[in-house]
Design a protein around this ligand. Structure first.
Ligand code: FES
Length: 113
């Protein structure tokens, strides 16, 4: 079984830790097991609480049902249901960024047009 190195970063909270995650384990579960406290809510891929951004690497998050196609394309990841498929770097704590970029910003754009 493959085991990947997943680097969790967020400069705002001085987070920079790398964990080893087997290909059949969720990234959030392993982070939790290693004592890294990340935001989490439903733990089923149904909300945005845990959202992170994939800076590098590849994940399988086919179980997710929250992110829209353009958000997936932009690199947003729900670590609670994401399996690593390569060594990865994830920028954590991105819920506010997601909402700002996809909802509020879009609404402001729509209102302006
Ligand atoms: S905690 Fe809800 S999608 Fe991850």
């Amino acid at each position: 079984m493959a085991v990947y190195q997943v680097r969790l970063i967020n400069p705002d909270i001085n987070l920079d830790q790398t964990i080893s995650v087997p290909e059949d384990e969720y990234i959030l579960d392993l982070a939790d097991a290693m004592g890294i406290r990340l935001p989490s809510g439903c733990q089923q891929g149904d909300c945005s609480v845990c959202v992170a951004k994939l800076v590098e690497g590849e994940v399988d998050q086919s179980e997710q049902s929250f992110l829209r196609p353009q958000e997936l394309e932009a690199g947003y990841v729900l670590p609670c249901i994401a399996y690593p498929r390569a060594d990865c770097t994830l920028l954590t704590h991105q819920e506010q960024v997601l909402y700002h970029s996809s909802l509020y910003y879009k609404n402001a754009e729509e209102q302006a047009s």
